[in-house]
Write a protein that binds this ligand. Structure first.
Ligand SMILES: C[S@@+](CC[C@H](N)C(=O)[O-])C[C@H]1O[C@@H](n2cnc3c(N)ncnc32)[C@H](O)[C@@H]1O
Length: 200
């Protein structure tokens, strides 16, 4: 998948022009729980990074993406100095980012990578988090329609069983909460799951 070309062509159907509604809802219900340093892998143009950076409890919000054009656009809309972006690959994080984040926010990065890399994803996020750090995620469970058939993604779907196996069964995380979000982008009703994991 040539993500950069999609941004250059302005063909970014995943970009809804606004933060993920389940994230905004979660923040409203858990004010200032996200704190310290936050990593947002596959941040795109940074819609989700901005509301996190606006929380006083978050001291630094680093969005990373492998598409230079996405990072450039994200940078142009940064809300403050603590709202930073870098051109970086989650699977090759710089050593300085190992065990350095308190929280990771996941939204449509897991479903964008090839499913064969999912264990590597769990290891990368686990490695980036400090002890007892938190992975807060909205996972796209079933993104299929006439355009996106199983096996032909991205987006690649997942199941609760797979998530439990890869994140909890692997011994990397324990699950703290899991629910179907009330609020979502139009068209994603009942297709997503918010899960909060703690690093073990
Ligand atoms: C479906 S888009 C979602 C972007 C953003 N989360 C959003 O919802 O608008 C997936 C993003 O992940 C980025 N990406 C894919 N593989 C990546 C990797 N290994 N490391 C960092 N970013 C990656 C792509 O460039 C793309 O911007």
């Amino acid at each position: 998948m040539d993500w950069e070309q999609h941004y250059l062509d302005n063909h970014t159907p995943w970009d809804k022009g606004a933060p993920a509604p389940p994230l905004l809802d979660w923040i409203e219900n858990n004010p200032d729980l996200i704190s310290g340093k936050v990593l947002v892998p596959g941040c795109g143009v940074g819609h989700d990074c901005r509301p996190i950076a606006e929380m006083t409890s978050a001291t630094e919000v680093l969005g990373i993406d492998i598409a230079p054009e996405a990072v450039k656009r994200a940078d142009q809309n940064a809300v403050s100095e603590k709202n930073r972006y870098e051109l970086a690959d989650l699977f090759h994080l710089s050593p300085e980012y190992q065990q350095s984040f308190d929280w990771v926010w996941e939204h449509t990065c897991f479903c964008a990578i090839d499913p064969s890399l999912r264990d590597e994803y769990a290891r990368a996020v686990h490695g980036a988090l400090r002890e007892n750090g938190t992975l807060l995620a909205v996972f796209y469970l079933d993104p299929y329609d006439e355009e996106h058939l199983p096996g032909e993604g991205p987006p690649h779907g997942t199941s609760l069983w797979e998530l439990s196996d890869r994140f909890v069964g692997s011994g990397c995380f324990r699950e703290l909460e899991s629910y179907v979000p009330d609020k979502c982008y139009p068209g994603r009703e009942n297709l997503e799951r918010v899960i909060r994991y703690e690093k073990v």
